[in-house]
Write a protein that binds this ligand. Structure first.
Ligand SMILES: Cc1cc2nc3c(=O)[nH]c(=O)nc-3n(C[C@H](O)[C@H](O)[C@H](O)COP(=O)(O)OP(=O)(O)OC[C@H]3O[C@@H](n4cnc5c(N)ncnc54)[C@H](O)[C@@H]3O)c2cc1C
Length: 373
């Protein structure tokens, strides 16, 4: 049955959901955005707005605000355990001549930029609203909320993340993303005065840190390493202890991480939702469709690309089924390639061997994402 697209419900106000809501409202559609959390994201973390992600944000109309809120850079330095410069990773200019190659930005600032833009375009954002189910009767879909309320929708964009119960309910045969034996610790700290672009540094035993400027006065650190067998230390204690095995430039930063410092730890996940990414009126996007380890910034970048493609298609296709088919044609193969590269990178971190290394993987990735989504 053909379904005209006028009313869109987006479930989840993470990066994928905010960007998809913005994309749909930009096409003049009526958009409701639901998130079960009462408050917006305030993770003490940064996002690397890598070149293909910045291109997507520019296409969504928020490039200038992101540049103002973040810290523009070009190129990434890589150093070894002793502080020796190994090489420079190239960041291509993909977002157009007016924009930098890439940015560091605070996680919360990027959410705020997207949320403000979505509200300006008329998105109705409902926080503290958990969607329990999506029902369909005679071709009409509705999202079901607590208290027996519901909202009708011609299209439901499911952006509820990788671990959501709603994903499992909407796609009952989907396998859960696998949990990799790797964790990431994130924190914010004052920007070292000489840090004007990201620094990737290797520590001992599969540990790697990325230090990223996010504002003139602030930097983000992301440390990755094997999942500890026993959680004997707090996240801040782990970060402090792990940095001791890095080059002096990183080691001195450990003084910033007292027991009260907010540090967030995430487990790396990997897994693609089996095709198709749609079922009934529901289209899965973001981590719920493709969970990647955050290597090369592609977990966030691919969420923004989903929204960019949705914006293109909502302006071009006549009905839901055509949209689903076109979305899959544009997204599935590209996302599979990015998934394979980032998951190989995560495994390589844990066991560096064979002929893959991070700069080769980064080259392959850049060739893949340099093409428009
Ligand atoms: C601390 C942190 C650091 C990160 N760093 C990086 C990085 O450096 N590089 C990178 O590429 N990626 C990074 N990521 C991952 C990146 O942010 C995600 O890949 C990207 O945001 C896409 O996620 P999402 O929007 O699909 O899902 P999520 O961000 O998980 O958002 C899902 C949202 O759905 C809501 N929700 C879930 N179920 C329901 C329901 N039933 N009803 C209503 N709402 C619901 C949740 O409350 C949540 O707000 C990081 C994530 C975090 C948390």
């Amino acid at each position: 049955m053909t379904q005209r697209l006028a009313r869109i419900c987006v479930v989840g106000a993470g990066l994928a959901g905010l960007a998809c809501a913005l994309a749909a409202a930009g096409r003049g559609l009526q958009v409701q955005l639901f998130d079960e959390a009462e408050q917006p994201c305030s993770a003490p973390a940064h996002i690397e707005v890598v070149p293909n992600m910045l291109r997507g944000l520019v296409a969504l109309g928020v490039g200038d605000e992101c540049v103002r809120a973040g810290f523009a850079y070009r190129g990434i330095d890589v150093i070894d355990r002793h502080g020796r410069h190994l090489h420079e990773l190239v960041t291509e200019h993909l977002a157009g001549a007016r924009y930098p190659a890439a940015l560091g930005i605070r996680h919360a600032d990027l959410h705020q930029v997207l949320e403000r833009a979505a509200l300006r375009r008329g998105v109705a954002l409902r926080r503290g609203s958990r969607v329990h189910a999506v029902h369909e009767r005679e071709g009409a879909a509705a999202v079901e909320l607590a208290g027996g309320k519901s909202a009708p929708a011609d299209l439901v964009v499911l952006a509820a993340g990788a671990g959501s119960a709603l994903r499992a309910a909407c796609f009952p045969h989907a396998r859960a993303a696998s949990v990799l034996d790797q964790a990431w610790w994130y924190a914010l700290l004052p920007r070292p005065v000489d840090l004007d672009r990201p620094l990737v540094a290797f520590g001992s035993a599969g540990q790697r840190a990325v230090l990223v400027p996010v504002r003139h006065d602030l930097a983000g650190i992301a440390l990755t390493g094997p999942m500890p067998v026993q959680q004997r230390l707090s996240p801040a204690g782990h970060l402090r202890e792990a940095l001791a095995s890095f080059a002096p430039r990183l080691r001195t930063l450990s003084a910033h991480f007292g027991e009260g410092t907010p540090v967030v730890r995430r487990t790396a996940r990997s897994g693609l939702l089996d095709l198709p990414w749609h079922h009934g009126a529901v289209l899965a996007v973001g981590d719920g469709a493709h969970a990647f380890p955050p290597h090369f910034g592609q977990a966030a970048a691919q969420a923004i690309e989903d929204a960019q493609v949705l914006a293109d298609l909502l302006g071009a296709v006549p009905d839901r089924q055509t949209l689903f088919e076109a979305f899959q044609r544009r997204r599935a193969e590209r996302v599979r390639l990015v998934h394979d590269i980032t998951t190989t990178a995560a495994r390589w971190d844990l066991k560096p061997e064979g002929d893959a290394d991070l700069s080769l993987l980064m080259d392959r990735l850049m060739r893949t994402v340099a093409q428009p989504a």
